[in-house]
Design a binder for this molecule. Sequence first.
Ligand code: BG6
Length: 459
Amino acid sequence: MDYRDKSLLLVIFGITGDLAQRKLLPALYHLQQKGDLPPQTRIVGVSRRQTSVDQVFHPVQAALDGNHFDQRVFDQVKTLTEIVTMDLSSVEAYQSLRHRLRDISDEIGPGVSRLYYLSIPAEAFVSVVNQLGATGHNEPFATDIDQPRLLVEKPFGHNTASAKELVMVTEKNFGEQQTFRIDHYLAKETAQNILTFRFQNPLFQSIWNTRHIDAITIAAHETIGIEGRVAFYEQTGALRDILQSHLLQLLALVTMEAPAQLDSTSIHRAKLRLLDSIEPIGPEEVNTTAVRGQYDTYRDEVNNQHSRTETFARLKLRIDNEQWRNVAITLETGKALSEKLTEVAVHFRPTGQASGSNVLLFRLQPKEGITLLLQAKQPGLQNDTDIVEMDFDYKRSFGSTSEAYERVIIDAIRGDQSLFASSAEVLSSWRIVENVITTWAQSTKDLQKYPVGTDAKNL
Ligand code: BG6
């Protein structure tokens, strides 16, 4: 069944929050603009504070404003939306929300797919999911075509123990099949292309191992700082915010074995096998394999002169299997760096007379595409070589790409979990970084300070 033949009832908890405003509402606008939302769509924004549709959408419009801004489409999305103000601890509030959702379902049904998108502070998560379960939000209405689905934002917990609790709570109330753990990096076009590139191009398959590859580096550099998300970032830091989730997921895509099929179950199985084979960093290794830094204006920004939250993190990892033994794996991420860049670099071992190595780059942003760096002879009488690029650029080849959150919403309506993180993957990822978290929390050593705009190479 085409997902557009379903009706969509999207319930957004935390509609005034940073993520809904920066990613989700713009994605809904773009989907509407392209005609990719189901014709019968309704959005219910849940907020603890009294607010209005106009107030919620005002900053979104400011961010979207530009050459291609379409006021008519924007107003359509606003018309599809209503706000429910509720006290998240009140059972009656969940019950009356449920009544309202049932009325909307009756209006737009049959064939309704109901999604609950939770973009709420980590400390509210357990209680909200339990309340949703206790008041029957996890049960389908007569007009529904699917079981209601829960979409949750990372970080999923802040260590193994808390992640286990979240898994238990979601499992109890919604079940694994109904829980969609968003990792929006997986929905970026280049990330989606990693498996296709690896498994549909025989050229690379036989050299995708330690005999031919000596290093893999995955970097997510941002120029922005924490953009006012003080409470969230102080508790989270770069390791939890990006490395433990986005970067380990990318590493799994780059290094996992071929899945039996390109379907959700087989992909998750292969990804988990790979994550499980990454050696956790031992407590005694943390000082030599992990780097943490903090940009120099961070403490003023969070108004805490003693903050030891890292805004830069780098880890060196090892994969303990035949295919990847002795390949140096580096993951790094940071804010307030010199450039915005997310990229996976696969370094091939130099062989024979080669003067340098070949590098394959998966560029997730800003210029999405895939580049192969090769050695070539320079023109002229000498035999000097230089590095040249073979370049695939999405914009040039396909005209445009879609934003990750657009794909996230559509896949959740479809019920396709391929681009989401499973609970087992989340737990395996915490296991890998657990000792780094505890060692950093206990260490009295100060972090490496860096000026805003630093090149990550200097850290
Ligand atoms: C989010 C992090 O997951 O990813 C943010 O919480 C970060 O801190 C963002 O800024 C980066 O996403 P993107 O798509 O801009 O690379």
